[in-house]
Design a binder for this molecule. Structure first.
Ligand code: FAD
Length: 632
């Protein structure tokens, strides 16, 4: 067996986005020796790409905002399939996490009276997103990294070693988790530059690996997002929930082809941008669903008045939750009213002055100028849906972030439950701060309560190393190029388990995935272990396949349309499905077992935060019995 670098920690955090960094800060603060591992360079994660902002009911711009309103918005956005306890913790704790970031050195945009400014976003009743222009994620990551450096400086003063308590391993991909006597015992991976192996022994592991978007051809996600955390959890014996729910962000770039899928932030619409079809019509007024009829303007005049007088007017339908807007764009394009390159028009040029656009949306201005040669201060953008975010993920205990495997925790995008069937924009940055902290705390408390530490079995390490090297030995057997297989997988998911789904197409997808599974097992790579992207992809493919199977199987099973899951053959939301969670567990290397589980009923005082008439749109009559109004 080739040589393996070895480390021992109390807590190993896999992922250096917002969730991972916040978890690591907490674990270290609780006195745990903590490793942070990231597949890409330190500082390069999806969190850094977040543009719009971080949702927290601070009430700085509209004092009527509070955690209860945020909670209600989040549950509505998720179509009441959310884990209500997570949504409650999130709404209550998000403001503290944002203020805490300022103590770490973050500098958010301000209101005229010097408070943290908050902007409007789809599905949020009040301006709620704390932001830094359209580069909020950059500030969030910069601040969390700065906090880690300051902790390392404190450790240096105390021990003479900067890395005595918190150490970063970057460009290091984890490929296997190890369990001993049913408990977490470590993680195995390789360095991307040298190809050499590394073993981290630790009783607690926090997964914070982000999303799965790279299983789709058109996506806002970058190369790292191959569902590693989801797949690692499955293989370790943990369960995933809500995998049928994927968010197709309504506005990705559609042209030129090389940049198709890159995100166009929702802030464009939050700041006044409107969607038009090829006939120049502001079509979103035709797509307000019944459940949202009371909250959205029905005329352009009222919608426009809302920007200056939100208390006396209803919000524009361009700010409906993302699933609604994405489906509307899809329908317009299908009806032949699309833009020249298969999207619709997003117009901010006629709504704000060029100076305002450049001030509020500097990244969007540069993105379109440099990538598409479009000046958004003068002409509309062409946009269309792009696979953006996975609501499904590791099933965790809401308070501690622990999965069903002792010692394995998850937070951020790779965990499931918080957002139900659809996430509101801005709720991810707050999610990863709230639950990153909780997972770090949960992991530290778990380690404290643990007696003897489980040791990694040497045979498991040998097996992980052999598995990682398999694509090199397959070369002699003439296996396929991993890039070819990846493309096939992405096309299958895009075309057959995409934004609008049908049973026969998903059955076909599952057949194709069976074939792709066989091909994945034997993909082959040439060359050496140093700097070998083909080899890296060969290892990622196993994960992409496993999560794609979860998405396709769960999507076929759920016979209704809800949030990020739209069935052409079951077009309406069905109350009998609202309380059903689809749970995935692994059956061997590339097979998934799907079971149904009942959602835990909402705590009565949270249930009573909603009017009975609204709940009737989502709940069965039987379930409504406990509501205050129903009890007279
Ligand atoms: P990430 O930030 O995605 O980090 C994942 C980390 O895991 C990375 O460090 C990666 O290298 C590492 N990793 C993955 N696999 C492995 C492995 N096998 N081994 C080791 N490391 C691994 N949300 C909002 O709330 N507001 C916004 O304005 C917003 N804008 C967005 C704009 C874009 C373009 C995108 C793509 C997303 C946006 N989102 C936004 C969503 C949000 O940014 C993400 O959901 C969130 O940042 C995820 O954070 P995370 O900490 O869970 O994971």
């Amino acid at each position: 067996m080739s040589e393996i670098e070895r480390h021992e920690f109390d807590v190993v955090v896999i992922g250096a986005g917002g969730a991972g960094l916040r978890a690591a800060i907490e674990a270290r603060a609780r006195g745990k020796r903590t490793a942070i591992i990231s597949k890409s360079l330190f500082g390069k994660a999806h969190t850094v790409m977040a543009e719009g902002g971080c949702a927290a009911a601070m009430g700085n711009v509209n004092p009527n905002d509070n955690w209860q309103v945020h909670y209600r918005d989040t549950m509505r956005g998720g179509k009441f399939l959310n884990n209500w306890r997570m949504a409650e913790l999130h709404a209550k704790e998000a403001p503290d996490r944002v203020w805490e970031l300022e103590t770490y050195g973050a500098l958010f945009d301000r209101t005229a009276d010097g408070k943290i400014s908050q902007r409007n976003f789809g599905g949020h009743t009040y301006p709620r997103l704390a932001h830094v222009g359209d580069r909020t994620g950059l500030e969030l990551i910069r601040t969390l990294q700065q906090k880690i450096v300051s902790l390392q400086q404190e450790d240096f003063k105390a021990t003479g070693d900067y890395e005595s308590n918190i150490r970063v391993f970057h460009e290091c991909t984890i490929t296997d988790l190890h369990k001993t006597d049913g408990k977490m015992s470590g993680a195995f991976g390789y360095y991307r530059n040298t190809g050499s192996f590394v073993l981290f022994s630790a009783p607690a592991v926090v997964l914070a690996t982000g999303g799965i978007g790279k299983s789709y051809q058109v996506t806002s996600n970058s190369w790292e997002y191959t569902g590693d955390g989801h797949a690692l959890a499955l293989r370790a014996g943990a369960t995933l929930i809500n995998m049928e729910f994927l968010q197709f962000h309504p506005t990705g770039m559609v042209w030129p082809p090389s940049v198709k899928g890159i995100l166009v932030t929702e802030s464009v619409r939050g700041d006044g941008g409107v969607l038009r079809n090829s006939e120049g019509k502001r079509f979103m007024f035709d797509y307000i669903p019944d459940v949202f009829k009371e909250q959205y303007a029905t005329s352009e005049e009222e919608a426009d008045r809302w920007y200056t007088d939100p208390d006396n007017n209803r919000r524009p339908p361009e700010l409906l939750p993302r699933d609604e807007v994405a489906r509307a764009i899809n329908s317009e394009v299908k009806a032949g009213r699309g833009s020249p390159h298969g999207g619709v028009f997003l117009d901010i040029a006629s709504r704000l002055s060029p100076e305002e656009i450049q001030k509020r949306l500097p990244s969007m201005y540069h993105q379109f100028k440099e990538l598409a040669d479009v000046d958004i201060t003068k002409e509309p953008m062409e946009v269309g849906p792009t696979c953006h975010y996975v609501m499904g993920g590791v099933e965790v205990d809401p308070d501690s972030g622990q999965s069903t495997v002792p010692g394995l925790f998850a937070a951020g995008e790779c965990s499931g439950g918080m957002h139900g069937s659809n996430r509101l924009g801005g709720n991810s940055l707050s999610d990863l701060l709230v639950f990153g902290r909780r997972a770090g705390l949960g992991a530290a408390e778990y380690v404290d309560a643990l007696g003897a530490r489980p040791a990694v079995h040497e045979t498991d390490v040998e097996r992980a190393a052999e598995r990682a090297l398999l694509p090199f030995s397959s070369a002699t057997d003439g296996g396929e190029n991993p890039f070819v297989v990846q493309l096939e997988l992405q096309k299958t998911m895009n075309d057959l388990v995409g934004i609008i789904r049908k049973a026969d197409e998903m059955e076909l997808a599952l057949k194709k995935l069976e074939d792709i599974a066989t091909r994945t097992r034997t993909v082959s790579v040439e060359g050496r272990r140093e700097f070998n992207p083909g080899w890296h992809l060969a290892l990622d493919l196993r994960n992409m396949l496993l999560v794609s199977l979860c998405v396709a199987k769960a999507a076929l099973e759920r016979q209704e349309s809800r949030g990020g899951h739209t069935r052409d053959d079951f077009p309406v939301m069905d109350s009998d499905w609202r309380h059903v969670l689809l749970v995935c567990s692994a059956l061997g290397e590339d097979n998934i077992n799907l079971t149904r589980k009942e959602q835990v009923p909402m705590r009565p005082e949270l249930f009573d935060l909603f009017e009975l008439d609204e709940l009737k749109k989502y709940y069965t009559g039987e379930e409504l019995g406990g509501h205050r109004a129903d009890q007279g």
